[in-house]
Every structure is written in structure tokens, then in C-alpha cells.
Design a protein around this ligand. Structure first.
Ligand code: FES
Ligand code: FES
Length: 165
């Protein structure tokens, strides 16, 4: 059985044929759409490596059936930068040594973007750690990750205030 869905993927509208209605968003991205920035860790919702944004909210793409996404807006790590300008969260991970091997990093960054949009933590490190607790890092880069989220929060907040002025 085949079906097709239309979705907005990193700002571009796409029609995607699904030859298997059980395909996950993660496998669709990595194996059929050549977007390998999203990583497969556990493939069972426990590590956060596969985190992407669906309609602005962070989801584990390994637990999300692509067939449920008709009409959705999906953002992956490949869709964050604006031409040569890194997203503030990407830049903050570099500035604060927020990664070591880098395997978990796309998921950490996407989760941080979603967390900042949720607006629930302020720059309180404990609340940021709690909010990022679904993302596992085998290298334990958690200190740098927390600093990176704090930096990005402050910068995005300042940018918003600047835009509003
Ligand atoms: S690969 Fe999806 S949560 Fe681990
Ligand atoms: S930086 Fe290595 S798993 Fe996170």
C-alpha cells in the first residue's frame, strides 16, 4: 500500500510518497530524503538523538509515523541556519563546548530550540537541565550544553527586545 503526504520541510513544501505506511519520520528523513543530520540512537524514544520540530514542538522522530504528518511543518537541524548565519543555538553550542563526539548534538540543538520556544525555564540552569533531560549525551557534555542554552536564551531574548524597540 502506498500513500503520499504533503509537508513543509525546512521551509519548502514537499510531496512525499510513502511506500510503507509504518515508516517513521526518522527513517523518512535519513533514508529517503537524504537528511542525515537527524541521528538514530536508540530508535525507541529514550535518547533524544532524533529530535526534530513538528509545528514548532520538539518530538522524537523515531516515535512519529510519517503518515500522521500530512500538512505538518517539520524542521530538522539542516533547516536552522539562515544561509551563512548559524542559528543562535548552534553558535552557542560552539561557543560553550556543548559537544564532544557530536552524535547527540543535532538532537540536543533541536530540543534546545523547542525548549526556548516553550519559554518555561528562563535561564535557570536546573530548569534547563530538567527541560533537556530527554536528551542523552554519552560524552556527558551537559555543562557546556546548559551554558549554551543559557547563552542562546539571552541572545534570542535580546534580539526580540531589539526587534520590538
Ligand atoms: S533515536 Fe529517537 S529517542 Fe533515541
Ligand atoms: S557529544 Fe558525544 S554523545 Fe553527546
Amino acid at each position: 500500500m502506498s500513500l503520499s503526504i504533503s509537508l513543509t520541510l525546512n521551509g519548502t513544501e514537499r510531496e512525499v510518497a510513502l511506500d510503507d505506511p509504518r515508516v517513521t519520520l526518522l527513517d523518512l528523513l535519513r533514508e529517503r530524503l537524504d537528511l542525515a543530520g537527524t541521528k538514530k540512537g536508540c530508535d525507541r524514544g529514550q535518547c533524544g538523538a532524533c529530535t526534530v520540530l513538528v509545528d514548532g514542538r520538539r518530538v522524537n522522530s523515531c516515535l512519529t509515523l510519517a503518515a500522521t504528518l500530512d500538512g505538518a511543518d517539520v524542521t530538522t537541524i539542516e533547516g536552522l541556519a539562515r544561509e551563512d548565519d548559524l542559528h543562535p543555538v548552534q553558535q552557542a553550542f560552539i561557543d560553550n563546548d556543548g559537544f564532544q563526539c557530536g552524535y547527540c548534538t543535532p538532537g540536543q540543538i533541536m530540543s534546545a530550540v523547542g525548549l526556548i520556544a516553550e519559554g518555561t525555564t528562563g535561564d535557570d540552569p536546573e530548569r534547563i537541565r530538567e527541560g533537556m533531560s530527554g536528551n542523552i549525551c554519552r560524552c556527558a557534555a551537559y555543562h557546556g550544553i546548559t551554558l549554551a542554552v543559557q547563552q542562546a536564551l539571552r541572545r534570542m531574548d535580546n534580539d526580540r527586545k531589539g526587534d520590538a524597540a
